[in-house]
Design a protein around this ligand. Structure first.
Ligand code: AMP
Length: 299
């Protein structure tokens, strides 16, 4: 039985960065998030794919012990095309073809309903709400989103935020959603909706954690090789909740640690396209980078 449920997208991505151009590669919020989480926990994925989705992409997740019994198959896969310029902090979406996502009505397999940790990765907020309603007694629900859903489904998104414990957003999305240039004010507005914690990711500049009375700022790893940041946010959040699920400790102190584990995994992810770099690393590499993060933060 998975102790961590991840709902999100399994996509085919076309990505262009100053360091290369690739088409039809494995992407999607649930791919990166579940792979990252699998270093710590046993995730089960809820998602939808088309018949055109390559079998080897699913095999890669299965090899990590990820349960895919919640993945439905429809006609055509969700496709996303994005590009980055030298400022790799922001993806420019060139095309979004929702395809199978528009017909998706998630039904959780029985064994998923008792999951205690839930990650609502970036997907239609109406689907995020449907997933939450089917989990019996979650201990912690973490949620991510992106500008596409802020623009197209803001009401459902705000409704979903009321039902969760930790909101993860990047800085641009936080400003857009809460209509303020100030991240502290955006975090306060998010906390008012109900979550106990808000994490604002700042791309290559780290991440901020806000709770009602505390604030934590995590630095970023000084990467020499950045080829493709696609999926870093998902890998970050997957690593974050994976660590919390493994330790079964949702204290603010442990969330700080989880942010560093998430940042360590996300930093590896940026070193190559798709999941290519994550495929090469082990728990030992993550521990080593965690140690480097620790040292960088000391003064
Ligand atoms: P990230 O770089 O972590 O924000 O996530 C990138 C991944 O999100 C890519 O692999 C995309 O396929 C996926 N993605 C793009 N647009 C959407 C969307 N509207 N909803 C869900 N996932 C998306």
């Amino acid at each position: 039985m998975p102790n961590l449920l991840i709902a999100g997208t399994l996509n085919l991505d076309d990505v262009e960065t100053p360091f290369g151009k690739v088409q039809g590669i494995m992407g999607g919020s649930a791919s990166f998030a579940s792979y990252a989480a699998s270093f710590f926990a046993k995730p089960g994925v809820v998602s939808v794919i088309g018949r055109d989705y390559p079998k080897e992409y699913l095999a890669l997740l299965e090899q990590r012990g990820i349960d895919l019994s919640g993945v439905e198959v429809r006609e055509k896969s969700f496709r996303w095309a994005g590009s980055y310029e030298y400022d790799m902090n922001e993806a420019k979406t060139l095309r979004t073809e929702l395809n199978c996502l528009t017909e998706f009505d998630p039904k959780l397999p029985k064994q998923y309903r008792d999951a205690t940790y839930v990650f609502l990765a970036n997907i239609d907020p109406e689907l995020q709400l449907k997933v939450v309603q089917q989990v019996r007694k979650p201990k912690l629900i973490v949620m991510d989103t992106m500008n596409f859903w802020i623009e197209h489904k803001k009401d459902a998104l705000l409704e979903a935020i009321k039902r969760i414990d930790v909101l993860v957003l990047n800085d641009g999305e936080a400003r857009q959603l809460f209509g303020t240039p100030n991240l502290v004010k955006a975090a306060q507005a998010a906390l008012k909706l109900g979550p106990k914690a808000v994490i604002i990711k700042k791309g290559e500049h780290g991440a901020l954690l806000f709770t009602d009375g505390t604030h934590f700022s995590a630095g970023a790893y000084p990467l020499e090789t950045i080829k493709d940041p696609t999926g870093c946010g998902d890998a970050f959040a997957g690593g974050f909740i994976g660590w919390l699920a493994k330790t079964d400790d949702i204290s603010e102190r442990n969330m700080r640690k989880a942010i560093i584990y998430g940042s360590a995994i996300a930093s590896f992810n940026a070193e190559d396209f798709s999941l290519n770099r994550l495929k090469q690393i082990t728990e030992k590499d993550i521990e080593k980078r965690f140690g480097e993060f620790k040292e960088m933060g000391e003064f």
